[in-house]
Write a protein that binds this ligand. Structure first.
Ligand code: MG
Length: 266
């Protein structure tokens, strides 16, 4: 009886050993497959129609009106809505200085997924930074550059798809001026503690015309034209802003999904 029991216990071990199945033996030591499976919490269902807008997105511009938007400087002329697009308006000068026509959302956003389409004007004969310049400013502070970068040289950390003056795009995926282009942006807002210390810098991932141009890029601080960027504490959510750089850049089909992204360090 004893012998029979011992043999029955040893048979699998002996068999594995004889067959050279050391890997199977290792498998036997692992917990059951259910150990690494969990069923809750269940991710929310989002319908994502082909070529359409995800069901949990906020539509910021559908081609008809600027109800979701306001001018940063209330003296500025509102952007022009026509043919399903919103376009930077010509602004007046007060003395030598032109009124700035930046536009921003009435709502505020933190972490987000943003889809936005833009078109730089085909009749713009400028060059470098003076050709189809605008910008998508996440939180009104962190710019993904909009520029006509199709056969238009400029400093690379200022071309289309750059996080302006911080990171050049991985590639130049620009289409010629006059053609519609897309940005799809995943933005992680910076986090500050109650004393205003930075505890997590911002991050940005971006696709330009479906091509990856920024991958989880570290944001050094608010976009600065001169000098180095430097963080300062700000609210967890701030309006999205589109830049008036004096060029007649248009936008359409703008939608945003609010996210609350987990900290990657945790
Ligand atoms: Mg710009």
């Amino acid at each position: 009886m004893k012998h029979t029991r011992l043999i029955s216990l040893l048979i699998p071990v002996l068999a594995a050993g004889l067959a050279g199945h050391a890997a199977d033996d290792e498998q036997d030591k692992l917990p059951p497959h259910e150990f690494t499976e969990y069923w809750e919490p269940v991710p929310p269902v989002v319908s994502a129609p082909e070529g359409g807008i995800p069901s949990d997105a906020i539509v910021l511009f559908d081609g008809t009106d600027l109800d979701e938007w306001e001018m940063v400087d209330e003296r500025a002329r509102p952007w022009i809505v026509a043919d399903g697009a919103m376009t930077v308006a010509p602004q007046e000068k007060i003395g030598e200085k032109r009124i700035n026509g930046d536009i921003r959302t009435k709502r505020a956003f933190g972490d987000c997924q943003l889809h936005i389409e833009f078109r730089t004007p085909p009749d713009d004969d400028g060059k470098s930074q003076g050709k189809g310049n605008s910008g998508v400013f996440l939180m009104g502070l962190y710019e993904l550059q909009v520029l006509d970068s199709y056969q238009n040289a400029t400093y690379v950390n200022g071309q289309a798809g750059s996080i302006y003056k911080q990171h050049p795009p991985l590639v130049n995926a620009s289409r010629p001026a006059g053609e519609w282009q897309t940005y799809d942006i995943i933005f992680m807002a910076p986090r500050f503690d109650e004393e205003g210390n930075l505890i997590r810098p911002g991050r940005m991932t971006a696709l330009h015309n479906g091509v990856l141009v920024q991958h989880f890029a570290l944001i050094y601080g608010p976009t600065a034209w001169r000098g180095l960027p430097k963080y300062h504490p700000h609210p967890a959510k701030l309006p999205l802003m589109l830049q008036d750089h004096g060029d007649r850049v248009s936008y359409r089909n703008i939608w945003i999904r609010e996210l609350n992204l987990p900290s990657p360090e945790l």
